[in-house]
Design a protein around this ligand. Structure first.
Ligand code: DTR
Ligand code: ZN
Ligand code: ZN
Length: 506
């Protein structure tokens, strides 16, 4: 039974449910029909959440970035200022708010130094690279020959005097970790990977277990020059490793509603740079929903809001939060809703693919399909056809799914390219990224589609409030009114048949 757009569960439906359960509805229960007042909380909150309110939060986050060195990245003052902003608005709206801390391991390069033939060259440590010896290594430069400079197969290294060298490889076609491994197997002491696009090469080996030899990235221009310098002396020092960092999430919960069947809605508050679309939009839409819902709404299930730290550094805030809960505390969470990028400038209308129908990821835990359907129905009622976005693990729903909590959410797209068909139905520009400024400093107030933002923010409000009323379609926990009706019906059928002329017995 999907959530109706009005968010109401007409008394007739509840009554029918009782009858459907084979329960005889006594007059006492029938009289309660008026207690099944058609509830309209979801639509009321969705009506109250509008662009004016959401955009004010975006402006606030932009100013926070501009007042703090241009960034709201976790670990920077801009993130802490973002936390204080959200906390202040939530407390003003009547919530009890906490900012629980969490630790996480961050890979940091403390020394990145490269010189070739005595000339200094800009170099960036790839994430998870091993370090050189303190003071660095001195070795001859070796380069892969033309036509095989991508170094993705052992054959590419044939005929190269790689032993003990610093080996230069071109980016492309295969992972950095594979290139480094093959270079190592060819005898290289270290590897340099030349970018194949403008700008520095900020890359990762993917996992510490894939690290082999010290590996750094150089720009395309530097790489082009170095490919003609085989044999020159290289002086290369990379010192890098893990540091323990501490950050904090923002958690706020309504004072009303069951605390053993909590609706949790989250958005990451940190950014790579200014991060207005990613993820000021999700944070702002969620904050305005919390404000308009209020700290003590007429909900059956408590609604918990979360703004996560360190998502961009590895989903750390949400992951450490879930892992900080014991089994019973996780069991108290009925479902998780994730809102990460809901105002992309070339927006797609994506709903996290709870039933796995896109074929790109497995279905989410039971209930995730119903959450997807709730969002699909909401947008469809508003005349917008959505598409599924696979559970790629690239946002804060990941750990919730990992422990079996049904999850879903909204996403308007990042680096993926909009198709012709999508441009037909959603507008925007085919062949361009949903967010061309994804993870660039230009992800600022000018990088938002405000029609998409308002539509998505209203969907956040509607579906979150609707689950506040009832999670029955997700986990079978009926709303308060239904439970009362069943109790009353049970009491009435429990009385002796003799004094119950109204009892229907055949
Ligand atoms: N990880 C998000 C962007 C992102 C990429 N794929 C998805 C899917 C669903 C939500 C978000 C995303 C970020 O860069 O913050
Ligand atoms: Zn991001
Ligand atoms: Zn994000």
């Amino acid at each position: 039974m999907s959530i109706t757009r009005s968010g109401a569960r007409p008394a007739a439906v509840v009554l029918a449910a009782c009858l459907g359960l084979g329960l005889v509805v006594s007059p006492a229960v029938a009289d309660q029909q008026d207690t099944f007042a058609v509830r309209s909380l979801p639509q009321d909150v969705a009506n109250s959440v509008n662009l004016t309110g959401v955009n004010r939060h975006l402006i606030a986050l932009q100013r926070i970035a501009e007042q703090n060195g241009g960034t709201r990245a976790d670990g920077e003052p801009g993130y802490d200022a973002s936390v204080e902003y959200v906390v202040g608005r939530l407390r003003a709206a009547g919530y009890d708010v906490s900012t629980p801390e969490f630790d996480y391991e961050l890979f940091v390069a403390t020394t990145e130094r490269l010189a070739v033939a005595g000339e200094s060259v800009e170099v960036e440590a790839l994430e998870y690279t091993p370090s050189t010896a303190e003071g660095g290594i001195t070795a001859p430069l070796a380069v892969l020959p033309a036509g095989s400079e991508l170094g993705c197969t052992p054959e590419d290294y044939a005929g190269v005097e790689a032993a003990g060298s610093v080996l230069l490889i071109r980016r492309g076609e295969c992972d950095f970790a594979l290139k480094a491994r093959l270079a190592s197997e060819a005898g290289a002491a270290a590897a340099l990977i030349a970018n194949n696009a403008e700008g520095s090469l900020s890359g990762t080996l993917g996992d510490p277990s894939l690290a082999t030899i010290p590996t750094g990235g150089v720009t395309r221009a530097e790489g082009d020059a170095l490919f003609s310098q085989a044999g020159d002396e290289v002086d290369f020092e990379l010192i890098a490793g893990f540091e323990t960092r501490t950050s904090r999430n923002v958690i706020a919960q309504t004072r009303t509603g069951r605390t053993d069947n909590v609706v949790l809605a989250g958005a990451h508050l940190d950014s790579v740079y200014a991060g207005i679309n990613d993820n000021g939009t999700g944070s702002a839409g969620l904050l305005e929903t919390a404000i308009q819902l209020g700290g003590a709404p007429d909900v059956d299930n408590a609604v918990r809001f979360a703004w996560w730290g360190a998502e961009e550094l590895g989903l750390h805030g949400s992951t450490e939060y879930v892992r900080s809960l014991d089994f019973e505390q996780q069991l108290d969470i009925a479902l998780y809703l994730n809102f990460d990028m809901i105002g992309s400038p070339n927006a797609g209308y994506f709903v996290l693919d709870g039933d796995g129908s896109e074929g790109l990821s497995a279905p989410g835990p039971y209930g995730s399909a119903q959450i997807e359907q709730a969002f699909v129905d909401y947008f469809s009622d508003g005349g917008v056809e959505t598409e599924g976005s696979d559970f790629s693990g690239r946002s804060d729903y990941a750990e919730f799914i990992a422990v079996g909590i049904p999850s879903g959410g909204l996403f308007t797209g990042a680096e993926g390219l909009k198709t012709e068909e999508q441009a037909e139905k959603w507008g925007g520009v085919a062949g361009e990224a949903y967010d061309p400024n994804y993870h660039f400093p230009e992800d600022d107030l000018g990088n938002v589609d405000r029609v998409a933002l308002e539509r998505n923010a209203k969907a956040v409000a509607y579906v979150t409030a609707a689950y506040g009323e009832s999670t029955e379609t997700v986990n079978g926990v009926p709303p308060r009114a239904e439970r009362a009706a069943v109790r009353a019906a049970t009491r009435s059928t429990a009385s002796s048949p003799a004094d119950r002329a109204d009892l229907v017995t055949s």
